[in-house]
Design a protein around this ligand. Structure first.
Ligand code: FES
Length: 228
């Protein structure tokens, strides 16, 4: 069924199963996203895509809220801008965004400050380097859930990783914190492909960043020992 409503004062039409994000994109209206990915089921965990819908008490995540007749939606009201800025500042205060180029761009666009929450505890963890294909650096993880979803029933049906821990200690992990080779992981690399922050990274890219030469990596990959 087709619905008609106002988005930023402009009349738009959509199918009723479309989300507000779909409609915005079709109409050239930019709504930022972080946890949303076309290949995964939207779960609205990051809330950066919030918009103001007339009659709703709280801001609504555009990536899951469906279009409906006679809605009045504001995608860049003052309240929306303030919420997005605060979300970015909270992310920046609690995790390492140094390799999250898209989020850094959003921080600039929304004037978000690195200094807003100086007392916040930034998560620091050791890099997990336990398999030949990829590393896991959870100090860069914002818990967007994309990796868990592609590993599960959105794509691979492997179920090697999931949420682990509670509250602030929540992170992505394996069952009983097993090393990747001891899990059901098949090293397909889909989790690395959907990670938005560099928390998951190919082993090759990681080694190159550590200053290891392509030749040394090649030797490692073929299992040959380097002669001195
Ligand atoms: S992109 Fe919509 S909640 Fe994350």
């Amino acid at each position: 069924m087709t619905v008609t409503f106002l988005m930023d004062g402009k009349e738009v039409t959509a199918q009723d199963e479309q989300t507000l994000l779909d409609v915005a994109r079709e109409n050239g209206i930019d709504i930022p996203t972080i946890c949303f990915h076309e290949a995964t089921t939207a779960n609205a965990v990051c809330r950066i895509c919030v918009v103001e819908v007339e009659g709703q008490r709280v801001l609504q995540p555009a990536c899951i809220v469906k279009a409906a007749d006679n809605m009045k939606v504001q995608t860049r009201s003052e309240k929306v801008i303030r919420a997005r800025k605060t979300i970015l500042e909270m992310l920046s205060a609690t995790m390492d965004l140094s390799e999250a180029a898209d989020i850094q761009g959003m921080m600039k666009e929304y004037g978000a400050s690195d200094e807003r929450f100086p007392d916040a505890h930034r998560r620091e963890t050791d890099v997990k380097d336990d398999n030949p294909m990829y590393i896991r650096d959870y100090s860069k993880c914002l818990l967007c859930w994309r990796c868990v979803q592609v590993c599960a029933d959105d794509a691979q049906y492997t179920f090697a990783i999931n949420f682990d821990g509670r509250g602030y200690e929540t992170q992505i992990g394996t069952f009983f914190d097993k090393a990747i080779p001891e899990t059901s992981c098949v090293l397909c690399g889909q989790c690395v492909a959907v990670c938005p922050t560099g928390a998951l990274k190919s082993k090759r890219e990681y080694l190159l960043q550590q200053g290891v030469s392509p030749q040394e990596i090649s030797v490692m990959n073929t299992g040959r020992k380097k002669r001195k």
